[in-house]
Design a binder for this molecule. Structure first.
Ligand code: ZN
Length: 147
């Protein structure tokens, strides 16, 4: 039997057995879990991150962005969770799925590389601030500029 809506349940961790029609939200792990809306009984895990899913909680119902495409299940169900309701989307062609996966991977790679750059740039600044070593900082800066 297919599921028509998902009720949010905020939990510290996921229970062993999930109930159909419940959306388990483990905010500490920034992850949600529910049983596939088609009724096949497969567990669907949706992590939240800028490149995975986004959660919108309006105080009563939840929406997930983007859609959930269970391509790895036999059912290949594809649906949206909007204001707690399941809205079925059409099946996607394999080419479209691959294209989506590729752009996901590219988006992830971009985020990861920009994050590691942040770490590299920020660390020296924090160290020089602790030392309050201004003249040598200026010297080093001039050296770096080529003076
Ligand atoms: Zn299913």
């Amino acid at each position: 039997m297919s599921i028509k809506s998902l009720t949010p349940q905020f939990v510290p961790s996921f229970p062993q057995e999930l109930e159909p029609g419940e959306l388990y939200l483990a905010m500490e792990f920034a992850t949600a879990a529910h049983l596939c809306a088609c009724g096949c009984g497969n567990k669907v895990i949706t992590p939240f991150s800028p490149t995975d899913w986004q959660l919108l909680f309006d105080g009563e119902t939840v929406s997930l962005k983007p859609s959930i495409g269970n391509w790895s299940f036999k059912c290949r169900s594809h649906y949206w969770v909007r204001s707690g309701r399941i809205e079925w989307a059409g099946d996607m062609s394999q080419a479209a799925i691959n294209a989506g996966r590729k752009s996901d991977a590219e988006a992830k790679a971009r985020v990861q590389s920009s994050r590691s750059e942040d770490v590299v740039v920020r660390q020296p600044v924090a160290q020089t601030r602790e030392r309050v070593d201004v003249p040598s900082l200026i010297t080093r800066f001039k050296k770096w500029l080529g003076f």
